[in-house]
Design a protein around this ligand. Structure first.
Ligand code: HEM
Length: 405
């Protein structure tokens, strides 16, 4: 397919490593969405779907693959996510029947009713972190949003508080290069060491827990059994890693982007202060308006097409969640942040078999964190020190975000 607009951005210009995309991906995605149903980026060898209905149906297609080893050599997903590797990948990149087996073993503790039980503990974590902030001007990412998801998941896994800081460092180092098409060699080395430390750490925790099972999430995963089947040691370690890495940067970014959207739109902030029961809808709108995960990916298991644009078996099909969420064919005034929007459905947690396992936990953390901050600091606003956008490919968030209270 030849794009109508022949000069559409490609390669690095479609990642947060590029200043323009980092500061506002929506202008670029809008241009692509208008120009073509399927954008072919021949620099990185990927096809990018940007229209809401295409993104939605590709994510829910039961036959397409996620395992990079099934991709064509040289295609984006194959090269980025280890198509040449021998080892079984984590659940995110696994196909049937292994994916179904693993997902059914680990999914119970992530069901909405199970997650809801963790609300009081999450509230305590948020209060404790807020109690530690002594200045009237602070960095909302470093001092608040960064800490919440790591501490919550670590507490849920039953990990001692003395390890929480290491946990955060290792998980950030590991995710920094995970989806980067242009990784810095030094960052890659650091990520490898961090991954090894996380693996060793989880192995030790599993050993301790096996001797003395408790009511924490790690014990639940060790106990998990479906039709006589159990998680192996290696699967337990991979699962712990995935939860930490998939849930960390993402939830921090949701809290940061969400609070920024409120401070950028003071009338919306006022609405929420006046009626805190709007928080659930507000968080869904935050997810739609400024999605923490920009893209997901699939590999066609057959020659297929997207609105008549052909794409071959094994090629890389990237779905732009951020673009789908701003498609004017689906959302009236898509660029307006409206916490009372009636239809806030979004693609930010992906969809189909691989839909985010931690979605309910992420929602709960964001609801608690955002309500707590605007309640404790009713006069919170942007500080003159501003904010700096993060440069972790595939994610949209901030490295720092200064506020005054
Ligand atoms: C705002 C926060 C979060 C966002 C935006 C997010 C987004 C996503 C997305 C887009 C996917 C891929 C879905 C697909 O391709 O269809 C995913 C998968 C996943 N997420 Fe999340 N996530 C968040 C938080 C979490 C948390 C807190 C956890 C766990 C503690 C988690 C665990 C997972 C896992 C295990 C998968 C793989 C599921 C599978 O392949 O079956 N995520 N997430």
């Amino acid at each position: 397919m030849n794009d109508l607009d022949t000069d559409l951005p490609k390669g690095i210009a479609l990642t947060v490593l590029d200043e323009r995309y980092r500061s506002n991906p929506y202008i670029i995605l809008d241009r692509i969405r208008r120009a073509t149903p399927l954008h072919h980026d021949d620099e990185l060898n990927q096809h990018i779907a940007t229209h809401h209905d295409d993104v939605k149906s590709i994510l829910r297609d039961k036959d397409v693959w996620s395992d990079p080893r099934k991709g064509k050599q040289g295609s984006f997903i194959y090269e980025l996510l280890g198509g040449a590797n021998d080892e079984e990948p984590s659940m995110l990149l696994m196909d049937e029947p292994n994916h179904k087996r693993l997902r059914s073993l680990v999914s119970k503790p992530f069901m909405p009713s199970a997650v809801e039980k963790w609300r009081p503990r999450t509230r305590q974590v948020v209060t404790r972190i807020l109690d530690g902030i002594n200045e009237s001007e602070f960095d909302l990412i470093k001092d608040f949003a960064n800490t919440i998801p790591t501490v919550v998941i670590a507490e849920l896994l039953g990990i001692d508080a003395s390890h929480h800081d290491n946990f955060k460092i290792w998980s950030d180092q590991s995710v920094k290069t995970a989806f980067s098409p242009f990784p810095d060699p030094n960052d890659l080395k650091v990520a490898e060491i961090a991954q090894q430390k996380l693996d060793d750490f989880f192995l030790k925790e599993i050993e301790v827990r096996r001797k003395n099972l408790g009511d924490d999430l790690l014990s639940e995963l060790i106990r998990a059994e479906e039709e006589g089947d159990k998680l192996s040691q290696a699967e337990l370690v991979l699962q712990c890693n995935l939860m930490l890495i998939a849930g960390n940067v993402t939830t921090t970014d949701l809290i940061g982007n969400g609070i920024k959207a409120l401070l950028d739109n003071p009338q919306q902030l006022q609405l929420l202060k006046d009626d805190p029961s709007l928080i659930k809808n507000a968080v869904e709108e935050m997810l739609r308006f400024d999605s923490p995960v920009l893209n997901s990916a699939r590999i066609p298991n057959r020659d297929m097409d997207v609105q008549g644009c052909p794409i071959g078996t094994g090629e890389s099909l990237i779905v732009s969640l951020a673009s789908a969420n701003r498609d004017p064919n689906v959302y009236p005034d898509p660029d307006t942040f409206d916490i009372k929007r009636e239809d806030t459905h979004h693609q930010s947690f992906g969809g189909g078999r691989h839909i985010c396992l931690g979605a309910h936990l992420a929602r709960l953390e964001a609801q608690e964190a955002i309500l707590a901050i605007i309640t404790r600091y009713p006069d919170i606003k942007h500080s003159q020190k501003g904010f700096v956008r993060a440069t972790v490919p595939s994610f949209r968030g901030m490295e720092s975000f200064w506020v005054t209270t």
